[in-house]
Design a protein around this ligand. Structure first.
Ligand code: GLA
Ligand code: ZN
Length: 676
């Protein structure tokens, strides 16, 4: 993290605004300002798609129009988040410097078009981006209306051009030193794929190498590093222009193309674009997955994050452009705040007229009036955010964490076996997250590089690849009194995807009191089930189904709480518990259904006396807390279709929203405030 702390005195409300599309309609800007003010909009994000207007020909800069708009908005109490335009370049740039065009894994160079399709290694692209960013930093970033600098737009993708190949080879040279060491760590003896020199290495390609898992893994690491380096260059250019303000870049929902953790020292505040498919499945399920993403983003810097974009209505790039049912825009915006966001920002404020987003939901649609359902709900949300402004900069203290690790995800999905038709990594993480959230515990989503100290309970789904001394962290955590719940397919390979010898979970067999001996992949539709062992210490008393993966373990000291009911491994453990040091280590051997995780975690939390903000949280109700030095704020949100009764936290005082005798309305949000 850099030294520029992002501080605002209000929750940011507004979103992406593209005035470059409306410069021929001066009356529109004035009208928009009126509508923004009425809705309580205090922030707009501009600039990320303006490069053609800012530099219509090489070296001919026109920034005054944007500066005028920043200024006009500022006079009206509206701040600007200034986007850099690197995500989409002008046509002249691609023609003059063809090297900036991205090359795909089949070694084909792209034509001009789309966005995020540049080569992030190209010195030409870096130079052009540097120049425009430096100028924007100088001319616009220094304006008092600009509160935050926003790097590019949704970095992503990879480039396989000769420049990127050369950079990758250097990256590998730096990492491994000698080609012999690379061969050893990558296990290239397999199929005689040894390299004699770094020059022979090519990025993964369907035309060449796709089976060397360590190569693919390192390529993904390199792409992340190179993109983060590009982002750092963008930031330095803005700063070279003389504006030293906090920086962010908008991340995507559960995106695994980049390891966002590597951007920690580039950004000052984490932000993301939230586009859940509301109403595709029960809203309460969508709410859980969205909450998990908020928690992931907040956990990156362990401080308030921003919801940089979300749709105020339908999202036209999804399979179906579903309208938000009444109340959902507000509920989703307040959910962001409940999970630590200091903003609710939308894409887009004014709907564009042409091209691919003309039917994307917007605060102001083509009709242009204020008498629309969406605009009205946005106004209501603006009022709610205003009422909650005391929450700005309050923190979220998490007692629980889920380890959901990007490098591990890359490796586990690439591994070939034990299931090539779906490895339930994300599913297992979501199930564990959902179960712990049913207890109302704030939960961080962390990775293996993060420390585990300070949490009471840590959930570890399918930690296949160990890196960053994770095994040592788990050991210390349990030894010092923590509760760890780890699942099947953990501790299998090292950080170059080479299998550990001598038994798994690697170096944690004594902590969990068992050794994994085999793992059975199940066909789609195949099931097994787990039955409780009589008198088990958690008091589990029903059976649960499992699918996809069933691991067979041999215990050495762990108590068996549940066992398989079918197949040749009937009677082998499904759930175990082992006391180690001052803590407890639970191991889940199979891909269990949601109810299993919910029941098991409910019992563990009770048995281990972990304090929760509320007894008995009904299904579809989300409880989250934020706190200042003075108050604890407890959010209760109802993502059910009908009103639901909750038992209120004592001695909390209803501070925001309306409930009747503890009943929270459909999609309703109430906040209780307790003096600490
Ligand atoms: C992304 C982008 C925006 C816009 C929206 C549409 O998140 O950042 O520019 O394209 O999607 O949903
Ligand atoms: Zn390239």
């Amino acid at each position: 993290m850099s030294e520029h702390d992002f501080k605002t005195s209000q929750l940011l409300f507004g979103g992406d605004y593209n005035p470059e599309q409306w410069l021929d309609y001066p009356e529109i800007l004035e009208r928009d300002i009126e509508l923004f003010k009425q809705a309580g909009i205090n922030t707009v994000t501009m600039g990320m798609f303006s490069w053609s207007r800012l530099e219509p020909e090489e070296g001919q800069y026109h920034v005054q129009w944007l500066l005028d708009i920043v200024d006009r908005l500022y006079q009206n109490g509206i701040y600007t988040i200034l986007g850099t335009p690197s995500g989409a370049r002008p046509n002249w740039l691609a023609r003059q410097y063809p090297q900036v065009l991205r090359v795909d894994s089949m070694r084909r160079r792209n034509l001009f078009g789309g966005r995020q399709n540049h080569c992030y290694t190209s010195p030409d692209y870096r130079k052009k981006v540097w120049e425009i960013n430096r100028l924007l930093g100088e001319k616009i970033g220094t304006h008092p209306g600009v509160i935050l600098l926003h790097l590019s737009n949704e970095y992503g993708g990879d480039c396989h051009c000769p420049l990127c190949q050369a950079a990758f080879r250097n990256w590998l040279k730096e990492k491994y030193g000698t080609i012999q060491e690379l061969n050893r760590r990558w296990n290239t003896e397999f199929w005689s794929h040894t390299y004699q020199s770094f020059d022979q290495i090519e990025s993964p390609s369907p035309l060449g190498e796709m089976m060397l898992h360590a190569l693919t893994l390192d390529w993904k690491r390199f792409v992340t590093d190179q993109t983060a380096d590009f982002a750092r260059m963008e930031k330095e250019a803005l700063y070279a222009g003389g504006c030293k303000k906090p920086v962010t870049s908008n991340f995507m929902d559960d995106f695994d193309g980049l390891n966002y953790r590597k951007f920690k020292d580039v950004i000052d505040v984490a932000s993301w674009d939230s586009y859940p498919e509301w109403h595709r499945k029960p809203e309460k399920e969508t709410a859980v997955e969205t909450a998990m993403q908020h928690d992931f983003m907040r956990s990156l810097l362990k401080k308030p994050h921003l919801m940089m974009e979300s749709s105020p209505s339908s999202t036209n790039w999804q399979d179906v452009s579903k309208l938000r049912k009444p109340g959902v825009i507000r509920a989703a915006s307040l959910q962001a705040v409940a999970h630590g966001s200091d903003s609710a920002l939308y894409f887009q404020l004014r709907q564009s007229r042409g091209a691919s987003e003309k039917f994307h939901g917007a605060v102001i649609d083509h009709y242009g009036g204020e008498d629309t359902r969406v605009y009205r709900e946005v106004c209501e949300t603006g009022q709610a955010l205003e009422a909650l402004s005391e929450l700005t900069q309050t923190s979220v203290h998490a007692q629980a964490a889920v380890v959901y690790d990007t490098e591990n995800r890359w490796a586990v999905l690439d591994a070939q076996g034990p299931r090539n038709i779906g490895m339930p990594y994300k599913d297992t993480a979501v199930k564990m997250y959902s179960a712990i959230r049913r207890q109302g515990l704030n939960t961080d989503i962390i990775d293996m590089e993060d420390p585990l100290d300070g949490y009471q309970i840590v959930l570890i789904p399918m930690a296949y690849l160990f890196h960053a001394d994770f095994e040592q962290k788990v050991r210390n955590f349990v030894e010092n009194g923590g509760i760890a719940v780890m699942t099947f397919w953990s501790g299998i390979v090292d950080d170059t995807d080479a299998c550990f010898l001598g038994g798994t979970p690697h170096s944690l067999m004594d902590v969990f009191g068992l050794r994994s001996t085999e793992i059975d992949g199940l066909y789609d539709g195949e099931e097994n089930s787990a039955a409780p062992v009589k008198g088990n210490s958690l008091g589990l008393d029903r059976t649960y189904t499992c699918r996809n993966l069933c691991e067979l373990v041999k215990t050495s000291g762990a108590e068996v709480l549940m066992e398989y009911e079918k197949d040749f491994y009937q009677g082998l453990p499904v759930l175990t518990r082992h006391a180690f040091g001052k803590g407890k280590a639970f191991y889940v051997c199979a891909d269990m259904e949601q109810a299993f995780y919910t029941d098991v975690l409910t019992r563990i939390i009770k048995q281990e006396n972990v304090s929760t903000p509320m007894e008995q949280i009904p299904d579809g109700i989300e409880v989250s807390t934020r706190e200042s030095s003075e108050y604890l704020y407890t959010f209760v949100q109802n993502f059910n279709h009908e009103p639901v009764s909750v038992s209120l936290p004592e001695p909390a005082v209803l501070w925001f929203g309306t409930e009747t005798k503890g009943t929270v309305p459909e999609y309703g949000t109430v906040v209780y405030r307790t003096k600490k």
